[in-house]
Design a protein around this ligand. Structure first.
Ligand code: CO
Length: 664
């Protein structure tokens, strides 16, 4: 082609583009997009304000339910997720509704019994779910089998899923093998789920081509724009034969969400792939969310960078990063985030390269945090990690490292069967456990089985007369955020000493009179008017000692062993009085900030009582941190002399929790 001719050729291709290949687009705006960008805080009223236009667009399906939406509805929005589904269904005349189901984990973080799964799927179909995208975090097809069966039994579309990840054991051949296993189980289509946004265009092309070459299953690609590759990867996937992709409306797209539908349509405009969507309806939806977004997004969940190139190294899905960050803030260790990112791939390799998606992202992430915080790998191992090593989540993609397994389980053997085969039916017990006065329908029982505490708290809230209900947590968050923004707008205060040297001297003098000791650490926070006193040895403060220097410092009365878990609002963290303990008493301190529990599970007796004799290694209590349960074990044999925390109350890191008098 001559230079002259090249210059003349139009940039836009002529409209005559040969064959028209239909392209299906699933809209994730009402589920994954707000889960990724708004910490799942979209409300049913927000959805109902635009649902007619969304339905009019002509999408292949709308992902509107599942993932984290169920939990967040109950916990933060005080909404019934089943009612949300009914309301959407009543208005979506044209577009099939879709949900994301975590296989045998349903919408929770562990495996549920088959009877629970069957009823859950039956009710979800009854309330209007047409397509179930079913995944297992470990790609263990045994965990998908019952869900696929139930979805087919109730007449809905079962979409199988491979969770895409990169590791030495995740090859194209291995993924194709997993797809074939799911096809044998009866799936109607297959989704390549790239939750972290690390699927490169070339990998997308290779994976889709291999699946299409080896099977005849329709392929859909779900990806996230976290690393910036998603639009290109979707194009390559479609060119390789994927017939469907996931997009979100542009104000709800980008960052850790899906690629924008408007962009994808513009790209495919010049290719033979046609989605036939209504551009006017898309524009109406776009304008709606442009206006709504600033009123819904939580500033803590907001990503500062449009593109996160780091994800290509650590492979952690976007939601998990903000989670890790907030957990580290709670542990007052945000400065350790770099170390956690270094440790995470090592933990993942130790545990057999699980893809990082709920719930494995949580497990691997928290173990990495604990390894870093404890300063020793696997010194603290949450119950859930022990269960994982036992095989109770399923079969990891590669064997767990032998020395890690030995360290965590000792001589105990892991299970080899499908984990849910070990679970007794769950519905009869659940029905017995809940106060019938709080239950309005069968769906409530399912909500309770999935999220017992959260559901009960919602039921109790719902049972109150409308004018007596406390404000919903999501509104409180926004109010707090507004206050925080207002505070940011204030001119910064010049730094002022919290305690004058005389205040400090008199405080120290006071302490020394109470008991001869030295203050080894004195933390003073100016804004929330609180202080932390730490001493080299157990100390006693006279009860109700309140120190009120001119500048307003206050020390909480001794005996308040529980400091707030959130350091940002830490109250005075004074050790509980332990003067009555013998000199040789061993004080056990909380290894993490979290919640203190005396029993291992709800409705079970406390692990120990004062006066009982324990062996070294016996479980004493639980400190729940970052949603995982850490058993605290007796460091020595002896007698439990004192329990310093209340069941269910927060503890700060290093708070004394239990004292043991060692056996002579
Ligand atoms: Co996603």
């Amino acid at each position: 082609m001559s230079a002259k001719k090249l210059k003349k050729s139009p940039l836009k291709l002529p409209n005559d583009r040969g064959p028209h290949i239909p392209l299906r687009i699933t809209d994730t705006t009402l589920r994954d997009a707000h889960q990724s960008l708004w910490a799942t805080r979209m409300r049913t009223a927000d959805i109902m304000g635009i649902i007619d236009a969304v339905d009019a667009v002509g999408y292949y399906s709308l992902e509107v339910w599942g993932g984290a939406t169920f939990d967040v509805c109950l916990r933060f929005l005080r909404e019934d997720p089943w009612e949300r589904l009914d309301l959407i269904k009543a208005r979506c005349k044209k577009t099939p509704l879709q949900m994301l189901l975590r296989g045998q984990n349903l919408l929770g973080y562990k495996n549920y019994p088959d009877d629970v799964l069957d009823r859950f799927v039956a009710l979800a179909v009854k309330h209007g779910v047409d397509i179930f995208r079913i995944f297992d975090a470990l790609n263990d097809t045994r965990n998908l089998e019952q869900a696929i069966k139930a979805v087919k039994k109730y007449g809905a579309h079962a979409q199988g899923t491979i969770c895409y990840t990169i590791s030495p054991v995740h090859t194209v051949a291995k993924f194709v093998k997993i797809v074939k296993e799911q096809i044998a189980m009866g799936i109607d289509s297959l989704c390549i789920k790239d939750m972290a946004g690390i699927l490169t265009p070339i990998a997308a092309e290779q994976l889709v081509s291999a699946i299409i070459r080896e099977t005849s299953i329709p392929v859909q690609v779900h990806t996230h724009t976290t690393s910036g590759m998603a639009t290109a990867s979707c194009v390559e996937a479609v060119r390789a034969g994927a017939g469907a992709i996931d997009c979100a409306i542009s104000p709800m797209a980008g960052f850790s969400s899906q690629p924008p539908v408007e962009t994808m349509l513009a790209i495919f405009e010049e290719m033979p792939y046609h989605a036939n969507l209504d551009h006017d309806a898309i524009k109406r939806v776009c304008e709606y969310f442009v206006e709504l977004a600033p009123r819904r997004q939580l500033s803590v969940a907001r990503s500062l960078n449009i593109i996160d190139p780091e994800v290509l190294r650590h492979h952690i899905p976007g939601g998990m990063i903000s989670n890790l960050r907030s957990q580290l803030v709670q542990q007052n260790a945000l400065d350790k985030i770099g170390e956690v990112f270094e440790e995470l791939p090592r933990v993942r390799a130790d545990l057999g390269f699980p893809p990082l998606v709920t719930p494995t992202s949580q497990l691997v992430g928290i173990q990495a945090v604990m390894n870093v915080l404890a300063g020793e790998r696997y010194k603290l191992v949450p119950q859930e990690i022990k269960d994982y090593v036992r095989g109770l989540y399923g079969r990891p993609p590669a064997p767990i490292k032998a020395e890690v397994r030995r360290h965590i389980l000792g001589a105990e053997k892991s299970i080899t069967c499908r984990p849910a085969d070990l679970l007794p039916p769950g519905l009869p017990e659940a029905t017995d456990n809940v106060d019938p006065k709080l239950i309005q329908k069968e769906e409530d029982i399912l909500s309770y089985v999935l999220f017992p505490e959260v559901a009960l708290s919602y039921f109790a809230w719902r049972a109150l007369p409308t004018d007596q209900r406390p404000p919903i947590p999501a509104d409180e968050e926004l109010k707090k955020q507004k206050l925080m923004i207002a505070e940011d707008l204030q001119p910064p205060m010049p730094p002022q000493p919290f305690l004058s040297p005389t205040d400090y001297k008199s405080l120290q003098g006071l302490m020394n009179t109470v008991q001869q000791l030295s203050i080894s650490e004195l933390t003073i926070r100016r804004h929330d008017v609180s202080m932390t006193l730490r001493t080299d040895q157990p100390m006693t403060l006279a009860h109700n000692v309140v120190v009120s220097p001119a500048s307003g410092a206050a020390v909480a009365p001794a005996g308040n062993g529980n400091a707030g878990a959130a350091p940002a609002a830490a109250s005075a963290a004074l050790p509980a009085p332990v003067s009555e303990l013998p000199d040789n008493a061993v004080l056990i301190k909380s290894p993490l900030a979290g919640n203190f529990y005396r029993s291992a599970a709800p409705n079970t007796p406390p692990l120990v009582e004062v006066g009982v004799t324990v062996k070294a290694g016996d479980p004493l209590c639980i400190v729940e941190a970052m949603k995982l349960f850490n058993e605290i074990k007796a460091p020595v044999a002896g007698k439990v002399a004192k329990i310093m925390c209340e069941h269910g109350k927060p503890v700060a890191k290093d708070d004394p929790i239990i004292a043991i008098v060692p056996a002579a």
